[in-house]
Design a binder for this molecule. Structure first.
Ligand code: PRP
Length: 183
């Protein structure tokens, strides 16, 4: 256990079982199609790396990086693209991969933005979901774990860019983030 964390929320084993389950479901659903997995940097990287290695249909992947505009932007839902996809998505089946859906504002923006580019389909896969924090309704098709509103880190999730490399998901001790940002 990391000294900055108060407890383990999801163990490596629980995560890996869930990743296999999600990948099996995705592989069944896309059995006769090719998938373009779109990872949202940086939190999704570890999850995406494990997920795509368990998907059995032909799969490409690409990344986007987004950032919200300052403090008020979370509630306005205005998102800035810092890194766009390297390829067009017209005619493709898109699977957006996130580490966590919180207010849903990032995802809602991304889905709307990608829809304008002419894909055949867009679905969303997230490892974690905090439904109690949702501000906009956004469809999540593959959902690993619904969690309470804990400040969680590890397996890609950070606090001030730290803890992403922890192999499991932990609840951060409040004294670490007092006055800080959300996980
Ligand atoms: C996190 C997460 C989602 C977003 C979810 O990213 O990876 O992209 O926040 O929050 P929302 O549902 O309230 O919009 P973050 O901005 O922390 O960047 P990171 O992935 O680089 O850690």
């Amino acid at each position: 256990m990391h000294p900055d964390c108060e407890r383990i929320l999801l163990t490596e084993e629980e995560i890996h079982l869930k990743v296999k389950e999600l990948a099996a479901q995705i592989s069944r659903d896309y059995s006769d199609r090719e998938l373009l997995v779109v990872g949202i940097l940086k939190g999704s990287v570890i999850f995406l790396a494990d997920l795509v290695r368990n998907i059995t249909v032909p799969t490409r992947f690409d990344f986007m990086a987004v950032s919200s505009y300052g403090a008020s932007s979370k509630s306005s839902g205005v998102v800035r693209i810092l890194k766009d996809l390297n390829q067009g998505i017209e005619g493709r089946h898109i699977l957006i991969v996130e580490d966590i859906v919180d207010t849903g504002l990032t995802l809602s923006y991304l889905v709307d933005n990608l829809k304008t580019r002419g894909p055949v389909s867009i679905k969303v896969c997230t490892l974690l979901d905090k439904p109690s924090r949702r501000m906009v309704d956004v469809a999540v098709h593959y959902n690993g774990f619904q969690i309470e509103d804990h400040f969680v880190v590890g397996y890609g999730l950070d606090y001030n860019e730290r803890y992403r490399n922890l192999p499991c998901i932990m609840v951060l001790s409040p004294n670490v983030y007092k006055g800080g940002k959300k996980a």
